[in-house]
Design a protein around this ligand. Structure first.
Ligand code: XIL
Length: 362
């Protein structure tokens, strides 16, 4: 057995996958990056400076497994623009260097968001100065990384149906200061600052066949239609895809229809923040991992049927570091098991499910 085949056999618990690789000479190590690229997809993960710079074992695995890096927090306003006249690119630049050294593409996340704002924005921005401040931020940040970013999440989470705006728009600070036009403005300024980057609108709650998500899908689609009709430079929709292992109301057909509608606007699609919460799932690892893996498989096999999907990014790579430990903790206080690798960086069933889907086996 070659070194690589042996390694691969160790990773793959499932008999199907082991059977598939048996006898084949692999020229690449078995990583999500490798299986994704065979299908013409970019696989990547979110990663934070504070983890990747300190945990060498994790960083090594990260660059081996991923073809793309999304800075989890380091490009957000609070981190990159901590004071009105002060930008801090040190962590973003460090991540970009890491990505470049290992030939990972880098995503930009995110230029306009209601959250992750430093206090000075809340204290000093008003409808008079908001436009100039927003333009300066986008020019400076997107300009700093000009030519280096695969795709920017230009606007993040602009829809919130419970705010009861007729178009489903979130009544965020930016909306209150500038009206709906802040969205168009952001894309136009970003396109000028970095003409080579793909520009994405990114949002959550677009995944399930429930009234809430369907309303959000409709509002997002209308927003994208309006932007395209106005000739706004937008190239894609990012599906955050923060999924739930306990949620069963999934309908592949309906999701595919939504994605086809998005694609018909001549937009690409990326899964940008995939993870599967295990809140509400049993403690038992086998059962829990199986359900989480099934959700990865079910979701990705539906989404990847859409030819305009160009990549899949998980919101973290290993259960060692995931925002869900805080955001969706388990009631039994046990560590969450929500990402492709476990805390020891060993592939779980979720990793295998992703490989299966990438290999067209599900
Ligand atoms: C989250 C990060 O993972 C956390 O570390 C941070 O405390 C809050 O933000 N949607 C997004 C991401 O677009 O930026 C969020 O990331 C998760 C939800």
């Amino acid at each position: 057995m070659s070194k690589i085949t042996r390694r691969k056999a160790l990773y793959l618990g499932s008999a199907t996958l082991v059977a598939i690789v048996a006898g084949k000479t692999l020229t690449q190590p078995p990583t999500l990056k490798h299986f994704g690229s065979k299908k013409g997809l970019i696989y990547g993960s979110a990663g934070a400076y504070k983890r990747l710079s300190k945990d060498k074992e994790f960083a090594r695995r990260f660059v081996a497994e991923c073809a793309m890096l999304t800075p989890e927090n380091d490009l957000k306003w609070r981190h990159i623009h901590p004071q009105p006249n002060q930008y801090d690119f040190s962590k973003g630049d460090w991540l970009l260097k890491l990505a470049q050294r290992h030939r990972l593409k880098m995503r930009g996340h995110t230029l306009v968001w209601h959250s992750g704002l430093p206090n000075w924005v809340k204290e000093t921005v008003n409808s008079q100065n908001a436009e100039a401040i927003l333009i300066d931020h986008i020019q400076t940040v997107a300009g700093h990384y000009r030519g280096k970013i695969h795709s920017w999440d230009v606007v993040n989470e602009a829809i919130l149906v419970e705010d009861e705006h007729p178009l489903g728009l979130r009544k965020s600070r930016w909306f209150k200061w500038l009206g709906e036009d802040y969205i168009e403005l952001a894309f136009r300024v970003a396109a000028e600052a970095d003409p080579k980057a793909m520009l994405f609108y990114n949002d959550y709650g677009l995944d399930y066949n429930i009234a809430y998500d369907r309303k959000r899908q409709e509002a997002v689609l209308k927003l994208l239609e309006r932007l395209k009709a106005k000739g706004v430079p937008i190239h894609g929709l990012g599906l955050q895809a923060h999924l739930s292992g306990a949620e069963t109301r999934f309908n592949a057909e309906k999701l595919r229809e939504f994605l086809a509608d998005v694609a018909s606007l001549d937009l690409k699609i990326m899964v940008t923040e995939l993870d599967v919460s295990d809140q509400g799932l049993p403690y038992d690892y086998l059962e829990r991992d199986q359900r989480v893996a099934d959700v990865y498989e079910m979701y990705l096999s539906a989404v990847l049927d859409e030819p305009n999907v160009i990549g899949v990014v998980t919101w973290g790579l290993s259960d060692r570091y995931t925002w869900l430990s805080n955001f969706r903790p388990r009631k039994d206080h046990e560590p969450v098991r929500v990402l492709p690798l476990d805390r020891e960086l060993t592939p779980k069933l979720a990793w295998e499910s992703m490989v299966k889907v990438f290999e067209g086996l599900s």
